[in-house]
Design a protein around this ligand. Structure first.
Ligand code: IVH
Length: 676
């Protein structure tokens, strides 16, 4: 039993909660951290320890509760006090202007002639609407929109979203914030990569991933699938009055809620139309998906006068981007072989113009999806291409399902389409596989992957070149790349002497890539870019990794028991061991460079780099510091041991001087490193 916490512990806990939330906000909302990751971790751990030792101080609004709450058994229904509205659409400049004319007409009938509208234009985030309830500044409940009247309680998952404040200062007694929960594109891609590596089905798009995550019962799942929030409005609020929507957004921003920076207040109709038309070209530059622009009347009194028709407020409209989907006929379904033998369906289509290009081929996601949606050759299907995304078939067009005499549903082939080996389907996996490790389809994927940017990054070794080299019989495994000679290459179609020499040089130069990248490049199932680096950090050599047990592998950050077993199994495979030996004999880095964390002349030291150094690039300096066991963070604090400053150092140097942190120049850094 713990005795009641003394006041100083209570105070420290309060202080830590505030600090952790403050720094989380600087990091996640403002993207401008003041302290390094280590320092943040230290604060967080201290808080966690104090709360464990003094359970009576536990509180649901503690930042430590962001992942710690228990799974719920089912989602409970929540009735929204004020309904969550939807939006009418406008799809052309004429429809936008017609919306404004309707508002003027409505107000004129109310006796308000010629209202001076200002408009707030906001990106329309493609995610899920949610409501966040705060009582006396503490986040107490979060709910999905549901049907607008009744949603579901997803507080446990919303707590895991770091950009949602758990407690706000200077708060009214009741505050309901509304916004859109979404998954950013980088987080979406990384999640799908992790899932694919673990043999799980992937999500179709970020919206589906966010929707699938927010309704999970176990918050641990949500914590592993990072979601984000943009707040765009206030539902109920007691004791605060706003005159304008833009004022409410500023108020929210000042209280730590993430409000999108692209929100614009405009004074006239033409400017609104111009902005909406211009947005389409900019959407590709965002790190999250938007499907249009929401235009709202800024004046809240006018909003009230305008009211709604059914579910749609008169005072707002959704400008929708032109569709990036089209209907066309699915000619046939073919199957691709992935680098692990995984078969993926793709569609041959009647050519169709969509999203600015002509599409003839599109992915069909996976075989389960194909079956579930009952897509068959001959069907009219809906094809989409948004931004840079690869074209995909989403579903059969509505009437296709009723067609008579439909062709048979496409099934994964019984034999590999490349090497004709009988295919297999493993228990619990979503795809059928070609089990032949020497399958040329698989080898092509593996070799392409080895040379690709994220792995060994060998310029000039793209998919075409790999294909030619395989067909000429020059390359079969990754090691073969390093045995290529300029003479051999010159005999290959369309490669001249200069290019042959250059390619060989580039291949040889890639031997310098760090061990983690080699691990990733080897095409070990379950090992992505990040996992490769983590395994390299933890095991430090290929021999140690190959000898490790599944349990030991599972101790690596980011690797669960399933993936650990999968990695372990692959190192029992003679081909994998032969590849490792071959790469080692060829002189690739099969060990981590420099000191292990915790050893070396800079071990335990935290350094910050600022400005341009005379000789070393930022990356080189970082590598050297890491190699000597040190850490590099991005912001200066009392815990920084050295700031290394070059030309045009900026505010970090000032801060170092203010805090009395020693400042080195490049020569000083090199001197330190040499003392090793
Ligand atoms: S305002 C009038 N603002 O769009 C109140 N909604 O089609 C409607 N959405 O359910 C909400 N970004 O999920 C508003 N900046 C934004 C938005 C936004 C995305 C979503 C929201 C809403 C749907 C309506």
């Amino acid at each position: 039993m713990s005795t009641a916490a003394p006041d100083d512990v209570r105070r420290r806990v309060e202080e830590l909660r505030e600090q952790v939330e403050y720094h989380a906000r600087r990091y996640y909302v403002l993207d401008d951290p003041e302290i390094g990751d280590d320092e943040y971790d230290a604060l967080f751990r201290e808080l966690q320890e104090l709360e464990e030792r003094h359970p009576e101080l536990a509180s649901p609004d503690s930042p430590t509760k962001r992942v710690g709450s228990e799974p719920v058994s089912q989602l409970t229904k929540v009735r929204h006090e004020l309904p969550m509205l939807s939006l009418a659409n406008a799809r052309s400049a004429e429809e936008l202007r017609a919306w404004i004319a309707r508002m003027r007409g409505h107000l004129a009938r109310e006796g308000i002639e010629d209202p001076a509208f200002t408009y707030v234009c906001e990106p329309k985030i493609d995610g899920l609407a949610i409501s966040l309830l705060y009582e006396d500044g503490v986040f107490v409940r979060g709910a999905t929109r549901g049907n607008g009247e009744v949603g579901e309680d997803v507080t446990h998952n919303l707590r895991t979203i770091k950009s949602i404040p758990l407690r706000i200062a200077a708060a009214p007694p009741v505050l309901e914030v509304r916004g859109e929960v979404y998954m950013s594109l980088p987080d979406f891609t990384a999640l799908n990569e992790r899932r694919a590596e673990a043999g799980l089905s992937t999500f179709m798009n970020p919206r589906n991933a966010a929707a699938g995550t927010i309704r999970q019962l176990d918050p641990k799942l949500a914590a592993e699938r990072p979601l984000s929030l943009w707040s765009y409005g206030i539902g109920r609020v007691d004791g605060v009055r706003f005159g304008r929507h833009s004022e409410a957004l500023d108020w929210l921003r000042a209280r730590g809620f993430p409000v999108n920076e692209d929100v614009q207040v405009l004074g006239d109709e033409d400017a609104v139309v111009e902005l909406c038309l211009g947005w389409e070209g900019r959407r590709g530059a965002l790190t999250f998906e938007i499907d249009g622009v929401v235009v709202k009347v800024d004046d809240l009194e006018l909003q009230r006068r305008l009211g709604s028709v059914g579910r749609d407020p008169r005072w707002a409209v959704a400008w929708k981007f032109p569709p990036t989907t089209k209907v066309t006929t699915l000619q046939n379904v073919f199957w691709n072989v992935g680098k692990y033998g995984d078969l993926h369906p793709f569609a041959a289509l009647d050519p169709v113009h969509v999203g600015g290009v002509t599409v003839k081929l599109a992915t069909l996601h996976n075989e389960e999806d194909l079956r579930r949606k009952d897509i068959r050759p001959g069907d009219e299907v809906i094809v989409t291409r948004a931004g840079d995304v690869i074209p995909q078939v989403i579903s059969p067009a509505p009437h296709a399902v009723e067609r008579e005499g439909r062709q048979a549903p496409p099934e994964p082939p019984a034999q590999c389409p490349v090497c004709e080996t009988p295919t297999i389907k493993r228990e619990g996996e979503v795809f059928t596989r070609c089990p032949n490790r020497m399958c040329p389809g698989r080898r092509w994927q593996l070799l392409k992957h080895f040379a690709s940017e994220g792995a060994m990054d060998i310029e000039g070794l793209g998919e075409k070149q790999v294909d030619v080299l395989m067909r000429e019989g020059l390359v079969r495994t990754a090691g073969d790349f390093y045995r290529l000679t300029p003479e051999q290459l010159m005999n290959v179609e369309r490669i001249g002497e200069v290019s042959a020499n250059r390619l060989v040089e580039r291949i040889q130069a890639s031997k310098d890539r760090p061990f983690g990248r080699v691990l990733f490049g080897m095409g070990i199932e379950g090992v992505g870019g990040v996992t490769g680096r983590n395994l390299a950090q933890r095991f430090r050599s290929i021999d140690a990794l190959a000898a490790a047990s599944a349990e030991e592998i599972a101790e690596t950050p980011g690797i669960g028991p399933k993936v650990a077993a999968l990695i372990h199994e692959q190192f029992r495979d003679p081909d994998m061991l032969a590849l490792a030996e071959d790469l080692k004999a060829l002189g690739l880095r099969m060990e981590s460079e420099g000191a292990a964390p915790g050893e070396g002349v800079l071990s335990g030291k935290t350094l910050v780099l600022t400005g341009t150094l005379p000789d070393l690039t930022r990356e080189e300096a970082t590598e050297r510091i890491l190699g000597a066991g040190g850490r590099v963070t991005t912001s200066v604090s009392k815990k920084t041991d050295y700031v290394v400053a070059g030309e045009s150092p900026g505010s970090k140097l000032e801060k170092a001087e203010r805090l009395g942190v020693p400042v080195l120049d490049e020569a000083g850094l090199l001197g330190l490193l040499q003392s090793e």
